[in-house]
Ligand binder design. Structure first.
Ligand SMILES: NC(=O)c1ccc[n+]([C@@H]2O[C@H](COP(=O)([O-])OP(=O)(O)OC[C@H]3O[C@@H](n4cnc5c(N)ncnc54)[C@H](O)[C@@H]3O)[C@@H](O)[C@H]2O)c1
Length: 254
């Protein structure tokens, strides 16, 4: 039997990288899936490559209250329930000295990486409370527990995502709603190059030195590695797991 038969999931950031891999894996495991992304074209392409009629693509800015409310409502209308929310949309930060960081940069990083979890919870939790079940998985980062110089706002946003996960896990446990997070290590997605500064050669060296060589298992994390963890946490395989922060990082966080 498929792990998510009959379940309905929203995956944010589903147009690229990990979100796309998670949404496609969930669809393959039997779920109805809303692929949500700020970039509608990429969400649509990702959803149609799943080749199933149980999926839809929705344009949503996860920092925007109205967009998130619409995202939840349109998912309810299409599939008559909401069991799983995966908060995967995120933005990176390249090395920026704290005195150089603009207020706009700080706000964008905090809004996309952290406020989004508040907003999706605000609209999804009432439905899950009514159903007396639900599973929320937040894609945080190993940078949320292991700081790196110059990634000030990014580390803060992911640290906050981790603590919000734990606070919500306790708050929502009486309603049988589980809340967990995954901390990916450096991952082979379009985002990874955006953490680096310098010319092409410097970026290439940085990719090897800062990312690949920093992973004890010796390779970058693949989007599928994250999809497998999200599948476990979202499904009934993890029915007694809540407030857990799962590092999928090849040992980077040790
Ligand atoms: N790639 C890494 O090395 C790495 C490591 C640790 C954690 N992460 C985290 O994993 C998650 C997925 O990252 P990825 O590597 O797959 O990145 P990615 O850039 O491939 O995908 C991110 C997606 O989020 C979408 N997005 C950005 N802002 C949005 C908004 N306001 N509303 C809706 N969608 C928005 C983008 O359009 C994009 O499709 C992010 O939260 C990221 O911070 C990434």
């Amino acid at each position: 039997m498929s792990l998510l038969n009959g379940k309905t999931a929203i995956v944010t950031g589903a147009g690229s990288g990990m979100g796309k891999a998670i949404a496609q894996a969930f669809a393959n495991e039997g779920a109805n899936v809303t692929f949500a992304d700020l970039n509608y074209e990429s969400a649509k392409t990702a959803a149609s490559s799943a080749g199933l009629n149980r999926v839809q693509a929705i344009k949503a800015d996860v920092t925007n209250d109205t967009d998130v409310a619409n995202l939840v409502n349109q998912t309810l209308e299409a599939y008559h329930g909401l069991d799983i929310v995966i908060n995967c949309a995120g933005v990176p930060q390249s090395f920026t000295a704290i005195e150089e960081l603009t207020l706009e940069q700080w706000d964008l990083i905090m809004n996309v990486n952290t406020k989004s979890i508040f907003l999706t919870s605000k609209y999804a939790v009432p439905i899950m409370k009514q159903q007396k079940s639900g599973s929320i998985v937040n894609i945080a980062s190993i940078a949320g527990i292991r700081a790196r110089p110059g990634l000030n706002a990014y580390c803060a946003s992911k640290g906050a995502a981790i603590m919000l996960t734990k606070a919500l896990a306790l708050e929502l446990a009486p309603f049988n709603i589980r809340v967990n997070a995954i901390n990916p290590g450096p991952a082979d997605t379009p985002m990874i190059g955006k953490f680096l500064v310098g010319n092409e050669q410097q970026k290439e060296e940085g990719m090897k030195k800062i990312f690949q060589d920093s992973v004890p298992l010796g390779r970058l994390i693949q989007p599928d590695d994250i999809a497998q963890g999200a599948l476990y946490l979202a499904s009934d395989l993890a029915k007694m797991v809540t407030g857990e922060i799962l590092n999928i990082d090849g040992g980077r966080g040790i």
